[in-house]
Design a protein around this ligand. Structure first.
Ligand code: GDP
Length: 452
């Protein structure tokens, strides 16, 4: 069994996607899977009743125990069109074992071991994933012996629980945590305080320094030396729209280093370094000249860095009708990839529409920070996939089992699948994500976790 991660967005120097551990709950209908899921995730995101034949609209949820976060997947929502209960449950167990880090196998202690439970056990044993066995409906001590009978499944210790009353669920979750794989946790949510960091980028002569002077004014500038970097790397705190912003590496903008700026390589390097430290990039484009390859290159650098993006079309004061006509064509043709970026048409010289910059930056940052709950995401995904399933590939229909948002800044989604999804289908998902959730002004990353 192998696992591969595929990225759609460019991911220069990207570390391996760190996804929260996935716990999949399997078991026959009516053993109390949904109640257990509800118990773990809390009533806020409650699941509908575990009625056989009724498919749930959501399959995955955010959960946590003892400050460890994980994704809880309710397999009851999968593949309910398979005929035969045992086959259906066994198939769900198979998927669960393929995609999850830990399988939480729920058995009804009052009923005891059934043929279906045994079928599931065989599947889980073969898969070799850690299994935690929950003996459910042990509402009181009287039923404990019934739970102990589940040792006979050969899956280790049965944890007696009452999903309904909560009895035993702590021990059960401790066992689940113990079974998690050791993984480095890279937190993407370091709450950084202080002003948000803006990069003003664009090829030479688009008007960066003019804009900076206009919004800051030479005299109102507070220079903020950057620790540990070269002397000429300076940030400025600038007040705009009632808030303070940190403009990154303004020395590089203000300095008249024409000879060096002219050198493509130097400009590109400097932009990359600036973007690295910024959260949102305002890409300036000079409308008095045709869109140049260098303009597109800067936009691509922002995408590579995964920063929020605002397009500022500068020197709008120079525009006549004819140039405007061609400009719109150029934008359509060359910037369609970032049609989600807010656009402001400004003039650094006249001050036209400068007040629109801040709302655009704020929109981009809000999208960059945005998080969709796992429950909501999967409800949405389920509908989307039902209406437009992934295309068959090599005679097989890849299945998207569930999805989680692995990170923010920018939003990063991971699809857990049983097969490769065509690029076109992934682009379709990305497009629909944007249509339904917005993300105006932020790139989004979409990757796949394939088990095969
Ligand atoms: P930078 O290299 O990106 O910092 O660009 P500069 O700010 O040095 O601007 C390059 C040239 O464009 C200068 O001659 C500016 O006066 C001119 N410029 C900048 N913004 C505007 C604008 O909005 N309208 C017009 N007409 N000229 C501008």
């Amino acid at each position: 069994m192998s696992e591969r991660t595929h990225e759609t967005a460019p991911s220069e120097g990207d570390e391996e996607t760190v996804v929260k551990p996935v716990v999949a709950v399997v078991g026959r209908p009516n053993v109390g899977k949904s109640s257990l899921v509800n118990r773990v995730i809390g009533s806020r995101q409650a699941v509908v009743e575990d009625v056989p034949g009724v498919t749930r609209d959501r399959v995955a949820y955010d959960a946590s125990w003892r400050e460890r976060e994980f994704t809880l997947v309710d397999t009851g929502g999968w593949d309910t069109n398979l005929s035969g209960l045992a086959a259906q449950v066994a198939r769900q167990a198979e998927y669960a074992a393929q995609t999850a880090d830990v399988v939480l196998f729920v058995v009804d202690a009052n009923v005891g071991i059934t043929d279906t439970d045994e079928a599931v056990t065989r599947v889980l044993r073969r898969a070799g994933k850690p299994v935690v066995l929950a003996a459910n409906k042990v509402d009181g001590q009287r039923q404990e012996p019934e739970a102990m009978a589940l040792w006979n499944l050969g899956l280790g210790e049965p944890y007696p629980v009452s999903a309904l009353h909560g009895r035993g669920s702590g021990d059960l979750l401790d066992a689940v945590l113990d079974a998690f794989p050791e993984r480095p946790r890279i937190s993407d949510e370091v709450e950084e305080s202080g002003p948000r960091r803006v990069a003003l980028v664009g090829r030479p002569n688009v008007g960066k320094s003019s804009l900076l002077n206009k919004v800051a004014g030479e005299d109102r500038v507070v220079v903020d030396p950057v620790a540990g970097t070269t002397r000429d790397s300076v940030d400025e705190l600038i007040e705009l729209g009632g808030k303070t912003w940190k403009f990154i590496d303004t020395a590089g903008i203000r300095r008249r280093f024409r000879a060096l700026q002219g050198a493509d390589y130097y400009a590109t390097r400097r932009t990359a370094v600036t973007l690295e430290r910024a959260e949102v990039a305002v890409v300036l484009i000079d409308v008095s000249e045709p869109l140049a390859e260098q303009d597109i290159r800067v936009v691509e650098q922002v995408l590579e860095a995964g920063r929020a993006l605002v397009l500022a079309f500068n020197k709008w004061d120079t525009l006549d009708d004819e140039r405007r006509y061609y400009l719109e064509k150029e934008i359509d043709r060359q910037l369609s990839r970032v049609s989600w970026a807010p656009r402001v048409n400004i003039s650094a010289t006249t001050g036209r529409h400068l007040a629109r910059l801040v709302p655009a930056i704020e929109t981009g940052l809000a999208s960059w920070d945005a998080r969709i709950s796992t429950g909501r995401l999967n409800g949405w995904l389920k509908e989307l996939v039902a209406a437009t399933p992934p295309p068959v590939r090599g005679g097989r229909q890849p299945k998207i089992l569930f999805a989680t948002q692995a990170g923010v800044r920018p939003p990063h989604f991971v699809l857990f699948t049983t097969g490769f999804l065509e690029d076109s289908y992934r682009r379709f998902i990305e497009r629909r994500l944007r249509e339904d959730f917005g993300f105006e002004g932020s790139p989004i990353k979409l990757s796949m976790r394939i088990r095969e």
